[in-house]
Write a protein that binds this ligand. Structure first.
Ligand code: 13P
Length: 264
């Protein structure tokens, strides 16, 4: 049994004040009795304040990036130890970092290793460009990204892989459930090769790219997809709460709806 994850990547959005306000709204709708794992990933500067604001909830905190060195003369960077002091989860290898900040497979690989040494749970992001998708190279690109990101890493059950086709991110053009499910199955086959069947069967695979409360069910209903990494729609409390609720009822249909909400 894989516990589903609904994770919000807030990207470079929200001031500290806005971040605290958003958490206040999320607390009103996300019950600690839910079995779905809920993660929010605000910008670095809000992490400490959001950690405080999340107290008493089961919502986990994640960061969006880290440097691979533990400390040193790297002006403007944030180390795995600093992140691990505040967070449980770390997003690594997001396509926006690969695209705009020159992150290569080798750098992503070093960051995964550093995150694991610091005790963080990585959400490793992979996904193909539009031209690769159109040329039928999705499997090839995803395989290469997965192998280079995890080279020399002892692949373990706590790893989370987010499949985020670049053409679906922020475009309003989400992929479709069936092809994403096929890619997720491919990802799990590669993870099996890199570890073993039992470990690969435990790893959660998420879909990301224009996920909203309106289309999330199409992904959550697929057998190989274990949740979503949500960008834009995670900044709207009603959208995010609805996505968590839908995940709860799709994955745990026998759980009675609960009113055990966390007071603010
Ligand atoms: P959007 O949901 O805004 O398309 O972003 C997806 C994403 O990049 C999450 O990491």
């Amino acid at each position: 049994m894989r516990f589903p994850i609904i994770a919000g990547n807030w990207k470079m959005n929200t001031t500290v004040t806005e971040a605290i306000e958003l958490v206040g709204q999320l607390r009103k709708g996300i019950s600690s009795a839910f079995s779905v794992e809920v993660v929010v990933c605000p910008p670095f500067v809000s992490l400490a304040a959001v950690k405080e604001a999340l107290k008493g909830t089961s919502i986990k905190l994640g960061a969006q990036n880290l440097h691979f060195e533990d400390k040193g003369a790297y002006t403007g960077e944030v180390s795995p130890l600093m992140v691990a002091d505040l967070c449980e989860v770390i997003i690594i290898g997001h396509s926006e970092r690969r695209q705009y900040f020159g992150e290569t497979g080798e750098i992503v690989n070093k960051k995964i290793g550093a995150a694991l040494r610091a005790g963080l749970k990585p959400i490793l992001c992979i996904g193909e460009k539009l031209e690769d998708n159109e040329a039928g190279r999705t499997a090839e690109v995803v395989t290469e990204q997965l192998r280079s990101s995890l080279a020399g890493i002892d692949v373990f059950a706590d790893l989370v892989v987010a499949y985020e086709p670049i053409w679906a991110i922020g475009t309003g053009k989400a992929a479709h459930g069936k092809p994403v499910n096929e890619t997720a199955a491919l990802i799990r086959r590669i993870l099996t090769e890199l570890s073993n069947q039992e470990t690969a069967d435990s790893i959660r695979i998420l879909y990301g790219g224009s996920v909203t409360a309106e289309n999330i069910a199409e992904f959550l209903e697929q057998s190989e997809i274990d949740g979503a990494l949500v960008g834009g729609a995670s900044l709207k409390a009603d959208q995010f709460i609805s996505m968590v609720e839908q995940a709860e009822y799709i994955y745990f249909p026998n759980n009675p709806p609960t009113k055990d909400l966390i007071p603010w």
